[in-house]
Design a protein around this ligand. Structure first.
Ligand SMILES: Nc1nc2c(ncn2[C@@H]2O[C@H](COP(=O)(O)OP(=O)(O)OP(=O)(O)O)[C@@H](O)[C@H]2O)c(=O)[nH]1
Length: 606
């Protein structure tokens, strides 16, 4: 196909602004999928995505459309909207010449609209603003246009107002893609140069690789080479998604499609790698993508020690599909054998955990999430620490550094005071404040990632009654006044409960955690002392008094089946418990260290 008639584009939007719905509508308007075939939200083909209603993995679909007598090929490359998956957004944008910036005409510009738009501007893409949901009676397209112009400096006069739900003006969106987004450049006759932008695992075909051909042509049966990995393979099948995989004889410069090359695992495929020919004139490597950064770590332990191998297998399987997730074995005195897992962010962590429980049917104990610290010891050695227990004794530490992120909040103006207080309480450093419109404000702060990980998103939602949104990017590492706080249960340190926190917060945090633990740990036949300590200094203490508990006592009369039922029930409750010393600690208690001590008796929802 002549590149002149190809358009490669993405839709970038804040979560829930209607990206998937618009994608569906475009498939329908172009006749790619008929109404009857239309399953809701075709692009979100992972079960979990559907359940959660968020697009996780980038995917692509090719559409053919006639415009002024000429057939065009439109390749839509899907992007996820959530902060955790920003790197996937960048990945998709590299393959496009333009992007539809989709903004909900009622909600207006949100934090991720800004982040995604900046990302697209950085990639030099042609941005076409589209206002969605104009069918809503409260839609305010003119104000939202102003917000776009004001915040992003884009010309929104020609923004298209559409409704992805009713289909209104969706044909205009297609027309704008053809008229306003430039065609790809590239020479179909040059040596093959294609960029790997995604890969998925198929049980029968192995790794399926998604590529954007920059130059040259690749044919079925060709011997290709991955320049970065240095490996060679035969192309068994290639084609485009329409949205089902449809085989083609070749893909040429400007086109987006998939290749199957008998590759057994995703680990062998490097996203960002360049594909060229194995024989003859080879192309130069394209600049690759950055490795995704794992920002959040936590321990995952099987409730039942016997499930360790099953858990390892399940984690391995997950990684085949999601190389951005990492894990390594770790042992905890308290929890036994388990794994330390690294995630892109909190949502990613939640998704992985849910998938494990659903797909592998393993009961898991999860420790509180933490970030990666950099520590310089007095002897000059630098450590990268993913687990609080690995933090050396305070006396050995020269410098203790933590990751700092720049957080952008967008919210109605009346909540500015609340958010400023929230950030000040977390020692955030004010960067700037900007009015998007007379009623909506963007606030930017630099805050320690650890604070963001604990509860910032939840707090933002409760402070702004759900109207505030946020996004963040890593700024780098900075020294902090940090300490490791340990928790002792019946005088034994429970390694899985250690945390790193700011020295100035330690007393409050310590008291809050101990109080929470007292609520979560059931009474035992003996007294259980709970203590929080920094080094040898005890900073908080509570005692759970002893209790004699015999649940079957009230079942006198000797109905054994009823007794059995009760015992069974008790066993159920114990499943998610871990025994430390002689003390049973339930799963929920391992998250008690997330308590910040701000609200009296407040229980976090996460
Ligand atoms: N009234 C109205 N509702 C819409 C329109 N477009 C989408 N919606 C609704 O908005 C909600 C979010 O739409 P999605 O398409 O799932 O949003 P998304 O941006 O893909 O969300 P993520 O995949 O989570 O990023 C759904 O309930 C849609 O039915 C529209 O034009 N009008």
């Amino acid at each position: 196909m002549d590149p002149k008639y190809i358009r490669n584009f993405s839709i970038i939007a804040h979560i829930d602004h209607g990206k998937s719905t618009l994608a569906d509508r475009l498939l329908e308007v172009t006749g790619t999928v008929s109404l009857r075939e239309m399953k809701e939200q075709l692009l979100d083909d992972m079960d979990l995505e559907r359940q959660r209603g968020i697009t996780i993995k980038a995917n692509s679909v090719s559409m053919r459309v006639k415009h002024e007598g000429q057939e065009y090929e439109l390749n839509l490359i899907d992007t996820p909207g959530h902060v955790d998956f920003q790197y996937e957004v960048s990945r998709s944008l590299t393959c496009c010449e333009g992007a539809l910036l989709l903004v909900d005409a009622f909600q207006g510009v949100e934090a991720q609209t800004v982040a995604n738009a900046y990302n697209a501007i950085e990639h030099d893409l042609e941005i076409v603003p589209v206002l969605n949901k104009i069918d809503l009676t409260h839609a305010r397209p003119d104000e939202v246009k102003e917000e776009i112009e004001h915040t992003l400096g884009l010309d929104a006069t020609e923004a298209i107002g559409c409704s992805a739900k009713t289909g209104l003006n969706c044909d205009q969106v297609i027309k704008a893609v053809i008229d306003r987004i430039p065609p790809p450049t590239g020479d179909p006759k040059a040596p093959l140069q294609a960029m790997v932008f995604d890969s998925v695992y198929d049980e029968f075909r192995g790794a399926i690789i998604f590529v954007r051909v920059m130059n040259g042509t690749v044919k079925k049966g060709a011997r290709i080479k991955f320049l970065q990995a240095g490996t060679e393979h035969d192309v068994v099948e290639l084609g485009q998604k329409t949205p089902k995989r449809t085989a083609k004889p070749s893909l040429s410069a400007g086109q987006v499609g998939y290749m199957v090359c008998n590759i057994k695992s995703l680990g062998q495929v490097h996203i960002g790698d360049t594909v060229t020919v194995a024989r003859g004139e080879q192309a130069k490597a394209l600049p690759g993508y950055e490795e995704p950064k794992r920002m959040v770590f936590c321990g995952l332990y099987p409730s039942d020690g016997q499930d360790f191998e099953t858990l390892r297998e399940a984690l391995g399987k997950l990684q085949v599909n999601d190389p951005s997730f990492v894990f390594e074995p770790e042992t905890s005195d308290a929890l036994g054998f388990g794994f330390r897992c690294g995630f892109l962010g909190l949502l990613h962590m939640e998704i992985v955990q849910q998938r494990l429980e659903q797909e592998a049917d393993i009961d898991l104990v999860q420790t509180a999430p933490n970030v990666t610290y950099k520590i310089q010891k007095k002897d000059g050695e630098w450590l990268e620490v993913h687990t609080p227990t690995r933090v050396p004794e305070m006396g050995e530490i020269e410098e203790f550094q933590q990751p700092i992120v720049r957080v952008s909040f967008v919210m109605p103006a009346e909540y500015v005071g609340g958010i400023m207080k929230l950030c000040a309480d977390r020692r955030g450093i004010f960067v700037r404040q900007e009015y998007l419109s007379p009623t909506r404000v963007m606030l930017v702060y630099d805050i320690a990632l650890a604070e963001v990980v604990y509860d910032l998103h939840d707090k933002l939602k409760s402070t702004t009654k759900g109207y505030g949104t946020m996004d963040y990017e890593l700024r780098g590492y900075e020294p902090g006044d940090l300490v490791r706080m340990d928790i002792l249960v019946k005088n034994e340190r429970v390694d899985a409960l250690s945390i790193v926190c700011d020295r100035r917060d330690a007393d409050t945090r310590g008291r809050a955690v101990i109080k929470k633990l007292k609520q979560e740990i059931p009474r035992h036949m003996f007294e259980v002392a709970l203590q929080a300590a920094i080094g040898t200094r005890i900073i908080a203490r509570e005692t759970i008094s002893a209790m004699r508990k015999n649940v079957t006592a009230k079942c006198y009369g000797g109905d054994i089946s009823r007794k059995r039922k009760l015992w069974e029930k008790q066993k159920e409750g114990k499943k998610r418990m871990k025994s430390i010393g002689q003390v049973d600690i339930p799963q929920k208690a391992f998250l008690a260290v997330l308590e910040t001590g701000e609200e009296e008796g407040g229980v976090k929802s996460r």
